[in-house]
Structures are given as C-alpha cells and as structure tokens.
Design a protein around this ligand. Structure first.
Ligand SMILES: [Zn+2]
Length: 340
C-alpha cells in the first residue's frame, strides 16, 4: 500500500517536472523568435501580443500589417478557418469591417469575386448567386439588385427605413417610414396647404422662380402627405382600380415619398397635368436645385411605379447632380454611395 502511494507521488512529481521543462523550452523558443531579426511588422506585433500563436509564426510574416483592433486575433481565426495568407491579405485590403466580422463567424467562403464589389454583404451571398443564375447577369448587378430587395416581390420583405430625418432617406416598396412625421414642415408660398420640410421648401421656391425666368410656369398640387392621408388615398385607388393596378401608381401607407416632406408633385400652371415641355424642362433643370425625377419610364422595374414626370424628390444639390450624371435610380445610388 505504502509502496503504491510513494510511486504515485513520484510519478506525479516526474510529470510535473517534464511539463515544466517543456514550458521552459516553449518560452525559450519564443524568446529566440523575438530575438531573431525580422522585417515583418505583423510578426513583431504578434510577438508583443497576448494572442501570439507559435504555429502561425511564418504566416504572420506573410501578412501585411494593418493597424486594427483584434488584428492578430482575427488572423488566428482566419488561419484556423483555413484561409491562406494571400486570401487574408485580400480580405483585409478589400472588405469592410462589417463583412469581416461576418467572415470570422462563417465557415470558409470563396470571396475572390467579391473583392472589387464594395457594396456586397456576406450574409447575402447565397441570394446574389441565385439571382445571378436566374437572371444571367453580372455579379455586380446581382449584388445591387438583391441589396435593393428585387429578388423578392415588392412589399414582400419590408424593412424600417433608417435615418428618417436625413434628406437622403430611402423609402420604396421595401423600406417603410412607419408613422414618421417630419418636424420642420413649411408652407409653400403658392398655397399654405402645401408643405415641405424647410430646406426642400426653400429649394422649391427657388426652382419655381428660376423656371419663370425661362418662361416655364409650374405649381405644386401635392406635397407633404401624412401616413393617415396616404392610407385614405391608397384605399380609394384600390377600391377604384384594384390593388394590383393601384400599386403601380400609388404608394401604400408608410411607403410614400410624400410622407418624408421631401417630395412634391407639380402641374403646369392653368392645367391639371404637367405639359410635355414643362416635364422636359424639369428633367434638365430641377437637379440644379436639389430635386430628382424619382420615377421614370426606364427605372420602372426597380421602383415598381409607372413614370411620374411630375414627382420631384429633394435630395440636395450635390447628390441630385451626381445622380443625374450617373443616370441611375435613387434606390441604386443609395445602395452604392449612401448606405455606409
Ligand atoms: Zn408624387
């Protein structure tokens, strides 16, 4: 019995010694590594870090250093997911932080086609690929269309619009304003019953004055509309034409740009429509005052509305000019240049 106890104690003691020797050896190895001359900032930072992993020693030397939080830890995770050092460099160089945090949580992905596409979102990759196959289009186009929501039917997947008070708020058949009400509405001089948010109202007055100088006479006939008002209006149209048709020319409540206080419909003075000439003038001039023609013949498949040459949406001068230059819808512009 005693013998057994003695030999057990001896055995544990020996184990303890061996394990200590190997700890000492590891520490020595790391010390030697630290002393070795190397030109790799990533390796040097890794050696200073709590997260240094001996087995990644040579990989660190192949990764370009970026001054980012958790950089070494994230490298370790990507290496454990079996990304090569070339892929890791590509990821850190081309992919935004939001996507990187998703990549760290996913099984290994093949991202090489996405490095040049700035607006892709990791969690939507299966949808992009499905859309691309179905529509036989470029990956860039698939990313853009899926980000807008166009791989799902209009109104089938609705998100709450963000930054509701921004002049660039996006509202469409996928983004709802809920019961948002702008706080800075201002009456238009033409008739106090028409209101826009202050900056849009001022820009609109300027636009109308400038138009007069060019012998174009236009007037507002609808501006800010509340959620409740849009609800009444939409239901009236549904009753008259049925939902399918009403949806092509009237927004469902919460989805109207008029609820932002940034959209105004205009008619030619003395008429209950916009003349072709005046519409043409607006198309070529309204951007100078910060307004875009939001719904056109060409962009129906994206907006889901018939052409509305009378509907002006305020976005601000610089952005309006840029949208006209690029000749794209506001929905596309928002995804490419504004959402981040
Ligand atoms: Zn309108």
């Amino acid at each position: 019995m005693k013998k057994n106890i003695i030999s057990s104690v001896l055995f544990v003691g020996i184990l303890f010694l061996i394990s200590n020797i190997s700890i000492i050896n590891n520490k020595e190895a790391i010390q030697t590594m630290k002393l070795e001359k190397n030109n790799s900032t990533t390796l040097n930072k890794a050696l200073e870090s709590q997260n240094f992993k001996e087995e990644n020693y040579y990989q660190y030397t192949e990764i370009n250093y970026i001054d980012k939080e958790n950089f070494i830890n994230n490298i370790n995770t990507l290496l454990a997911l079996k990304y090569t050092t070339t892929e890791i460099n590509d990821i850190f160089q081309n992919v935004n932080d939001k996507n990187i945090s998703k990549i760290l949580e996913s099984p290994k992905l093949d991202l090489k086609n996405y490095y040049t596409i700035k607006n892709f979102e990791v969690e939507k990759i299966p949808r992009y690929e499905e859309y691309q196959q179905k529509n036989n289009c470029s990956l860039e186009e698939a990313v853009l269309k899926v980000n807008i929501g166009l791989d799902h039917n209009f109104y089938s997947e609705i998100h709450q619009a963000t930054e509701l008070n921004n002049y660039t708020v996006l509202v469409n058949k996928y983004n709802s304003l809920g019961n948002y009400e702008p706080q800075d509405l201002k009456s238009l001089s033409y008739n106090s019953k028409y209101q826009l948010r202050e900056r849009a109202a001022n820009a609109f007055e300027e636009l109308i004055s400038f138009a007069k100088l060019e012998n174009v006479y236009i007037r507002p006939y609808s501006a800010y509309r509340s959620y409740e008002y849009q609800n009444t209006l939409y239901n009236k149209y549904v009753e008259k034409d049925g939902q399918e048709l009403a949806d092509t020319y009237s927004a469902r409540p919460g989805h109207s740009e008029h609820q932002t206080g940034l959209a105004v419909d205009v008619w030619s003075e003395g008429y209950n429509y916009i003349s072709e000439n005046d519409a043409y003038w607006l198309q070529n001039n309204s951007y100078k005052y910060g307004f875009i023609i939001r719904y056109t013949q060409e962009n129906q498949s994206i907006t889901g509305y018939i052409a509305e040459p009378w509907h002006l949406r305020y976005v601000g001068k610089d952005i309006a000019e840029d949208i006209v230059d690029k000749n794209i819808t506001f929905d596309e512009y928002y995804d490419l240049y504004l959402k981040n």
